[in-house]
Design a binder for this molecule. Structure first.
Ligand SMILES: NC(=O)c1ccc[n+]([C@@H]2O[C@H](COP(=O)([O-])OP(=O)(O)OC[C@H]3O[C@@H](n4cnc5c(N)ncnc54)[C@H](O)[C@@H]3O)[C@@H](O)[C@H]2O)c1
Length: 429
């Protein structure tokens, strides 16, 4: 094997692709390559997921994965054992990069590097897709390089941040430009050649560091702007101005303004977490970022603000509340870091009775997010009428908002979804 042979294999789709971590990012990516006729080998640590995929059961709500049965047909192509990657020419790493004590937890990625080392062969291309701080891809490579390996010569390293937007019906993976970067020119060229099979537009970064930082900027941009409109919401409340109307007007400007809407706080695996990756690395170099921290503080104070405002306006002693939506954003079956949990925690602390409904989460089990288990209740007339108020936490499209309005005693809306209707009796919080 040599570099040109590896490139030829990639161009001719004769390469074996390994995907590590079949979660929200890894599974859809694997599927995209599978759909192009590329042979995929998957490494997934969660045996329940492995077993489901072998039975043709998909655990991610993503329209592109309907009828996904590749691993049912190719049971030997998925395992929790690293030896599955032995014959892979290209390996994509799609592992979690969470926080631990508000600092980057790179243990999933770095431990994976150590395990890759055991099976690594010359002329393999390893591409990291996880969101990381600048410099982390190089650190990752140090875990798997063997003595005989020279990065950029007989082992190749790429970084390509994922831009998956779960639940998005407007922008597809194919039409979203993909940023690629490499340790050397050869690494970059090979990485680009891989993604050419599945995306239309590729943007080449000049360095791994720039590509890593660009992903953080994308999420920081959202965090800061969401923080801004959440603060505007609090200001407008005091001034008795409708914040949604203000945003509607401002967003008619056809240049220099992008619309963001206030909500009950941030969730998901990206926006609440990624800014800490940048602030951490910045602190390491002696600069303590202010803007980033402020946005985080503002956004994480929102559940408290929402609960406070709702309880102030409900004017009932010991009210009962129905929470609508647990996902961190609409139309997704993802509850990671969802503000709904903070709202539940606050209600529980205040001994306020509550139930929830979320078609994406029929049950919430006791664990990291909650100190109790709860079942989603049916959204029927009888149940709606039982509660003193219904609070819209997540504005899923599949809710019948007219029906909910007509059968609730009082509506509190933390998403502004009722601004699309002409109902008089809604309080926004
Ligand atoms: N979810 C998104 O929308 C999104 C978007 C852009 C970027 N990202 C980034 O992509 C990365 C992955 O995120 P995700 O949402 O797919 O996470 P996820 O938790 O959904 O998926 C990770 C998968 O890796 C598996 N796993 C964990 N440790 C493993 C190991 N040692 N070996 C094999 N498998 C292992 C888990 O079981 C899980 O299935 C993160 O860095 C995230 O920040 C996520």
């Amino acid at each position: 094997m040599n570099t040109s042979l590896l490139k030829r294999k990639i161009i001719q789709k004769k390469f074996n692709l390994g995907v590590i971590g079949l979660g929200y990012v890894g599974l859809p990516i694997a599927n995209r390559f599978i759909n192009k006729g590329i042979k995929v080998y998957a490494l997934e640590q969660d045996l329940e997921k492995v077993s489901k995929l072998k039975k043709g059961i998909n655990y991610i709500n993503n329209s592109s994965l309907k009828n996904f049965n590749y691993f049912k047909k190719n049971k030997n192509n998925i395992s929790n054992d690293y030896s599955i990657l032995r014959n892979c020419d290209v390996v994509l790493v799609c592992l979690p990069t969470p926080l631990k004590n508000k600092k980057p937890d790179m243990s999933f990625v770095y431990n994976c590097g150590k395990k890759i080392k055991k099976i690594l062969k010359s002329y393999q291309l390893i591409i990291l897709e996880s969101t990381v701080f600048p410099g982390a891809t190089i650190e990752f490579s140090k875990k798997f390089l063997k003595k005989e390996h020279i990065l950029g010569k007989n082992i190749f390293l790429g970084y390509s941040p994922e831009r998956e937007n779960p639940g998005d019906k407007m922008f597809s993976y194919k039409t979203t430009p993909k940023i690629v970067s490499g340790y050397s020119k050869k690494c970059l060229d090979l990485t680009e050649t891989v993604y050419k099979h599945v995306v239309k537009k590729i943007v080449k970064a000049k360095s791994l560091h720039a590509a890593e930082t660009s992903k953080l900027l994308e999420n920081l941009y959202r965090s800061v702007n969401i923080g801004l409109v959440n603060e505007l919401k609090m200001i407008c409340e005091r001034l008795k101005i409708d914040v949604f109307e203000v945003i509607r007007l401002a967003s008619t400007k056809n240049f220099g303004f992008q619309k963001f809407v206030p909500g009950p706080g941030l969730g998901g695996h990206c926006i609440p977490i990624d800014p800490f990756y940048l602030s951490w690395v910045s602190q390491q170099r002696g600069y303590d970022p202010k803007f980033i921290r402020l946005a985080g503080e503002l956004n994480s104070s929102m559940p408290k603000w929402v609960v406070k405002k709702m309880l102030r306006n409900i004017k009932i002693k010991n009210p009962s509340i129905l929470l609508l939506g647990v996902s961190y954003k609409k139309n997704v079956d993802d509850d990671r870091e969802s503000p709904a949990f903070e709202i539940m925690k606050l209600l529980k602390e205040k001994n306020i009775r509550f139930q929830y409904n979320d078609p994406y989460f029929p049950i919430l089990r006791k664990g990291r997010n909650l100190k109790f288990s709860k079942k989603s209740i049916l959204l029927n007339k009888k149940n709606l009428k039982k509660f003193d108020a219904t609070l819209v936490v997540t504005d899923h499209d599949l809710y019948d908002y007219k029906f909910i309005y007509e059968n609730s005693k009082k509506i509190f809306d933390a998403r502004g979804v009722y601004k699309n209707f002409n109902f008089p009796n809604v309080s926004y919080c």
